[in-house]
Ligand binder design. Structure first.
Ligand code: UDP
Length: 330
């Protein structure tokens, strides 16, 4: 049985991936500083070490205690807006943290890592849908740090032989069907949880960031992908590398774009409740459209999203929000 170390396994996508790993029969070790993650989100079968990936002595002690076959690295800050007002926080945690993690992996001869990257590495795309080979020109500091991390993996492979898979997520959303884990950020900035908080009466309205983009209704277009489908891609990527597969980069999305207004309409439909909106100025760093081609992940990893419909995705998120209106405080 393989043992996988998951830095950031108490966060949103990390915790769902830990569930998918446990369900696949893997042993899982989570490390997390709980700055944005929740201890309650960690699967009860995972072994948990609280600490920060910038603490090299802490990482070394975990690698010494545990017999790790592969790492799935989620530990990072991930808010576009915050990265524009506090870019150095992103360089420190995302780039600096990854440097420590790789340094410790080299010291302990761990040579397989799967890593969460983002559609934000593309910036304003050249083509829709976006291919992995398209130009990368991040429009925000978050995307810039993720691209720097991807490149750090490339150089580290050349020097030390650590093979990696970088997964460029489009917009993660939804929740595990068990109802125990879901999306909860403090403060919440992501569209679908905000829309569902408005549907649940926890906020007055949804601010729509810009209605004058060059899109079919003037609001931004994104490719929404179910978090358990993302989680499954990580399990497949670890298996790909364990079987000797080469380092690679994959987009993960459903290949269909929805505008912010369409997401709000879908949520009204799913919840049966009206969702008041207020048009607000554009958010710094937001490209007009991000839609993935994920053909490569399908061809190479055998990835096949099980919940591609936006309505079904929002349905699983609504199930979580209704049972946990205060997130993990419930
Ligand atoms: N958005 C919005 N109002 C909000 C939150 C987000 O209009 O309260 C828009 C945002 O501008 C973007 C889309 O919804 O076009 C998705 O944003 P989110 O923060 O969920 O994910 P991101 O695309 O930044 O990863």
């Amino acid at each position: 049985m393989k043992t996988v170390l998951v830095p950031g396994g108490a966060g949103y996508i990390g915790s769902h991936t830990v569930y998918a790993l446990v369900e696949s029969g893997a042993e899982v070790v989570v490390i997390d500083n709980l700055e944005t993650g929740y201890e309650k989100a960690i699967h009860p079968k995972a072994r948990f070490y609280r600490g920060d990936i910038r603490d090299c002595a802490f990482l070394d002690s975990v690698f010494s205690h545990e017999s790790i076959d592969a790492v799935i690295h989620f530990a990072a800050n991930s808010l576009v807006g915050e990265s524009m007002t506090d870019p150095l926080k992103y360089y420190d945690n995302n780039v600096g943290g990854t440097r420590c993690l790789l340094r410790s992996m080299v010291r302990h001869n761990i040579n397989i890592v799967v890593f969460s990257s983002t559609a934000a590495v593309y910036g304003e795309p050249e083509n829709i849908p976006i291919l992995e080979s398209d130009r990368t020109a991040p429009a925000n500091a978050y995307g810039e740090t993720k691209l720097a991390m991807e490149r750090m993996f490339g150089w580290t492979e050349l020097a030390h032989g650590i093979r990696y898979v970088s997964l460029r997520y489009f917009n993660a959303c939804g929740a595990h069907e068990c109802g125990e884990i879901g999306e909860a950020h403090k403060p919440e900035t992501h569209l679908i949880p905000i829309v569902l908080q408005a549907a649940g009466g926890k906020r007055e309205n949804v601010s729509v960031y810009g209605s004058d983009y060059d899109t079919r209704d003037g609001t931004c277009v994104r490719d929404y992908v179910h978090v358990m489908d993302l989680a499954e891609a990580h399990v497949l990527a670890v298996d790909h590398l364990l079987k000797g597969g080469k380092s690679d980069i994959f987009n993960l999305g459903n290949g269909v774009g929805f505008t912010v207004s369409e997401v709000i309409k879908t949520a009204e439909n799913v919840t049966g409740r009206p969702i008041p909106v207020a048009v607000a100025p554009r958010r710094a760093g937001d490209p007009a459209q991000l839609v993935a081609s994920s053909q490569k992940a399908r061809d190479v990893l055998g990835w096949n999203p099980r919940t591609p419909s936006l309505k079904a995705i929002v349905g699983t998120a609504w199930h979580w929000h209704r049972s946990h209106p205060n997130g993990y405080q419930d």
